[in-house]
Write a protein that binds this ligand. Structure first.
Ligand code: PMM
Length: 291
């Protein structure tokens, strides 16, 4: 597994795919909007995810569901900072899910370690400079524009090849901006300017992206393509909270393809799944020890 500069020892090399638990402090996220909007509820939820086996917590105050508008920066800070402060005090390793340098900086000051930017540093020109200056691990997701426009940009001739090239392009730009490449974690951005077919294709060929020389984070949890897959005869997608078993299946697939981490809303089954994959991989590497 490739090194990520700036991570604390507890999550540096666990010998398996890491599990990142999601804490959305938002009224409108598609998967869990409104449930953890009060800081006390968000903190309690974060603690429950840690108890279920989360290695990191990803805390965000802006919904990126398709069609969503932007939240203003003061409100995003108001949602995120107290929750980061409280969960950092519990010893959690925290990533802040934000496209804004100002929010990222406040979260880092409050105890966050990782910056998770779904725009990969494109939405805020100040983000690359901040990440370079702070030396924080930086999740760079594949992104083609804000949520109100992304569905119209889900056009590819070869989604895997194009996501690969566009992520490599971001890597170049960010390194030119002064970020150490060892800080960078890449993410294919499932559901962001992607149709269900694009998401399945990316999941099927994650190994192509896992080969880019940087760790890969995969966020399939509760996304629409899982809801559509599981639709009943009426064709109605199952609701987000009924997508967790399918999410755990995607965790196993991602871990088996060499993903560094998965980002999930419900942690327990994924924490088991990454251990199953690690044990299987370890057994495969020691054929002389098997009967
Ligand atoms: N997906 C969502 C939000 N943040 N961050 C990364 N790095 N990768 C993702 O796939 C991702 C993300 C959308 O899901 P949510 O609104 O339910 O959290």
């Amino acid at each position: 597994m490739q090194e990520v500069l700036g991570l604390p020892a507890v999550v540096r090399d666990p010998g398996r795919c890491l599990v990142v638990g999601v804490v959305n402090v938002t009224p409108d996220s598609f998967s869990d909007g409104g449930r953890w909007l009060r800081p006390e509820a968000a903190v309690a939820h974060g603690k429950a995810l840690l108890a279920d086996g989360a290695d990191l917590l990803d805390i965000g105050g802006e919904s990126t569901r398709p069609g969503a508008g932007r939240v203003d920066v003061a409100e995003e800070l108001r949602r995120v900072v107290p929750v980061v402060t409280a969960l950092a005090a519990e010893g959690a390793v925290i990533s802040v899910d934000t496209m804004r340098a100002e929010v990222a900086e406040a979260a880092l000051d409050a105890g966050a370690t990782v910056v998770n930017d779904v725009s990969g540093g494109l939405a805020d020109p100040a983000m690359p400079g901040l990440v370079a200056r702070r030396g924080s691990p930086f999740v760079v997701m594949h992104w083609r524009g804000h949520s109100d426009a992304m569905d119209s940009r889900a056009v590819y001739r070869d989604v895997v090849a194009e996501v690969r090239v566009e992520l490599l392009g971001r890597l170049d730009v960010l390194v030119d901006a002064g970020i150490d490449p060892r800080q960078i974690i890449l993410d294919p951005g499932l559901g962001f300017a992607k149709t269900p077919e694009h998401n399945w294709r990316l999941l099927a060929e994650l190994d192509v992206l896992a080969d880019l020389g940087r760790p890969l984070l995969v966020g399939a949890s509760r996304k629409r393509f899982l809801g559509s897959l599981l639709a009943g005869p009426d064709g109605v997608p199952v609701p987000p909270h009924r997508r967790d078993d399918a999410t755990a299946a995607t965790t196993a697939l991602a871990a088996a393809s060499g993903a560094w981490a998965v980002r999930v809303h419900s942690v327990a089954a994924s924490a088991d799944a990454v251990r199953v994959v690690a044990a299987t991989v370890a057994a495969r590497r020691r054929p002389e020890e098997s009967l």
